[in-house]
Design a binder for this molecule. Sequence first.
Ligand SMILES: Cc1cc2nc3c(=O)[nH]c(=O)nc-3n(C[C@H](O)[C@H](O)[C@H](O)COP(=O)(O)OP(=O)(O)OC[C@H]3O[C@@H](n4cnc5c(N)ncnc54)[C@H](O)[C@@H]3O)c2cc1C
Ligand SMILES: *[C@@H]1O[C@H](CO)[C@@H](O)[C@H](O)[C@H]1NC(C)=O
Ligand SMILES: *[C@@H]1O[C@H](CO)[C@@H](O)[C@H](O)[C@H]1NC(C)=O
Ligand SMILES: *[C@@H]1O[C@H](CO)[C@@H](O)[C@H](O)[C@H]1NC(C)=O
Ligand SMILES: *[C@@H]1O[C@H](CO)[C@@H](O)[C@H](O)[C@H]1NC(C)=O
Ligand SMILES: *[C@@H]1O[C@H](CO)[C@@H](O)[C@H](O)[C@H]1NC(C)=O
Length: 612
Amino acid sequence: MLASLLRAAAVAALVETAVGGIVPRNTTDSFGAASRGKSVLDWSDAAKLQPATYQGASYGCKCYVGQSCWPSSSKWRQLNQTVDGALQVHTPPGAVCHNTFAGPLGTVNTYDAAACADAQANFASEAWTVEKPGAAIWTYFTNETCRPTANPADACTLGYYGIYVIMATSQEHIKAGIDFARRNNIRLIVRNTGHDFIGRSTGYGSLIINTHSFKSVKWLDSYTGPGSYRGTAVTIGAGVQGGEILAQGHALYPPLAVVTGECATVGIAGGFIQGGGHGPWTTLKGMSVDNVLAFDVITAAGDYLTVNAQQNADLFWALKGGGPASFAVILSVTMKTFPDLASSGATLYVNGTALWVDSLDVFHKWSNHFVDNGLYVYYEMMPFTLRARPFVGIGKTMAELQTVLQPFLDELTARGVPFEFAIKSYPTFFDLYHDLFEAEKAADTALTGGWLFNHDDMASRRSEIVAAFQTVIFPRQDLVGIMIGHLFNPGYSVPVADAATHPAWRNATDFVIAVLPVPATASLAVKADLQNVLTNTIDAALRGASRSGATYVNEANPYQADWQSHFWGTSYPRLKELRGKWDPLGIFYAVATPGTEAWEVIEDGTRLCKKL
Ligand SMILES: Cc1cc2nc3c(=O)[nH]c(=O)nc-3n(C[C@H](O)[C@H](O)[C@H](O)COP(=O)(O)OP(=O)(O)OC[C@H]3O[C@@H](n4cnc5c(N)ncnc54)[C@H](O)[C@@H]3O)c2cc1C
Ligand SMILES: *[C@@H]1O[C@H](CO)[C@@H](O)[C@H](O)[C@H]1NC(C)=O
Ligand SMILES: *[C@@H]1O[C@H](CO)[C@@H](O)[C@H](O)[C@H]1NC(C)=O
Ligand SMILES: *[C@@H]1O[C@H](CO)[C@@H](O)[C@H](O)[C@H]1NC(C)=O
Ligand SMILES: *[C@@H]1O[C@H](CO)[C@@H](O)[C@H](O)[C@H]1NC(C)=O
Ligand SMILES: *[C@@H]1O[C@H](CO)[C@@H](O)[C@H](O)[C@H]1NC(C)=O
């Protein structure tokens, strides 16, 4: 039995008994009343939005500290009791380097020399940041108001972080947080790993639910749920990270794999899967959502549901790529697993040469060929530099991978481009993953955009694409950007998907992320200028060079016109309708997700309001 070979310590009990759609619960809510008996999609206990006027327009807003609608301290105490003491006042991770943290609940002394040394040493570490209750890895959207400092007299304020955080260890804690937010009109944020590029796991004045401790993993020898699939599967708790599940799968005999992201610290069952999820297995196995069999969730109305092809099938579809923090809070996801395979990998560096544009041209000339031969490639571009690390050939011998790459290498040589190339074989993909993928950094202050290029783009518009990539690197005389690219085609083995993801993924070749650094001390005017460069220079160049019409909700600029069609294409109208069914009141919110057209963060990134 696979399951007996490896059983992960279950930090949190997941809904394992759920079989009948709605699981009856007998929990006590934050007001002390039993929630049993409340029907599904019952919004009768929701608090109303607060009226506001901003720039001459009328809004209904979430409730913020200082307003009479803000829950009394006894209500917060009750919430804390309901969550078994797991409610904390959220303090920014850099506060320990400052004498005081002047938060919305008052000013407190925070300086701690040892903790500050730790924060300074680790602020750029992904692993360290993930462990913090509400910290963001890409810090731009925290508003950078409390970074670690050598000068303790520097001010530290909350910026765009949440006020309170529930360090949830049971599904009842998550439900209590959702119910409290709904009944008190508080902005709600779910925070898993904090990887989000565009600040969707942080939010000014919010109540955060932290799901990091949901580490339960259950390997299934044979899936027995709805549908014809009877192969191996795994049920993954909301807090499990990509590297963890790959390591646990590797420890099984025979070793199993799952479609995770390329980054070991990104989550699986949180924002990643709700965006679609691409990774090194994607060319061979599709996107992560193409492998989903079921979810266990809690809805905005506070209902526990099992979601699969038969039960709540509309929600099942929407959760598969319809956008994070939009339809339900995911407690766990059940995904297909498959045998890991002997693999080969390669690296290619073109360092500091005026011929780097030639290298981009040749690399992209062969990119359709790479994905059509089953490869995945992760690459980075910086001024005069191309780093393709790694080329991933899952199930390929070194000779087979070399054969795929040889015409590309020959052409680089013929064009006189200097490069360094290495190739290696591995007993499994997992071994390749650990040898060739590199840890990424936290605490980068940057804006991110991105676009999808399909087979047709690559075949017929290469010169426009290469020119657009140069615009990403040199968007303006005083600015330098970087680019991260991924060659994969989710349609290689899953030509049609029953998921909410943009249909354009099915002929993808290259998905790129554009990164534009922003000084941590930038004024609002500088930020507005750089956002304008991102939208109207960088993204405009990428969009103009592509005919896909598509980009990725998790790795793109949310402040662009027509985000609805760019993120979801023909899937959008149904997603908007389903948002109206599953979260009509906007208990959940993330920028540029289905049905949020009327919602806005007003007053320079602070209050979340709905235009009336
Ligand atoms: C270094 C790095 C590498 C990356 N590599 C890849 C990659 O290879 N492939 C890929 O597809 N993406 C990749 N991403 C992007 C990734 O998909 C997004 O950052 C994603 O939002 C991360 O989800 P999370 O749950 O880990 O992060 P979080 O920041 O904690 O959450 C992201 C969003 O999901 C919501 N959310 C979190 N948990 C839940 C839950 N249980 N239920 C409902 N909503 C929830 C949050 O509210 C937020 O809106 C990468 C990002 C980084 C920073
Ligand atoms: C459910 O809660 C009620 C109190 O509201 C209690 O009397 C009853 O024993 C509980 N049932 C279970 C199965 O826990
Ligand atoms: C919640 O309760 C715990 C345990 O009693 C306590 O340590 C914590 O400070 C409380 N949280 C808040 C916000 O008061
Ligand atoms: C956010 O940062 C800007 C500077 O870019 C500052 O003017 C503004 O006051 C900050 N707002 C909050 C709530 O921190
Ligand atoms: C080229 O860059 C890679 C890392 O990006 C490095 O490992 C390699 O040593 C560099 N080669 C030269 C000749 O500088
Ligand atoms: C994918 O692109 C290729 C090349 O342009 C084209 O021949 C093929 O029909 C496309 N497939 C789909 C499913 O769009």
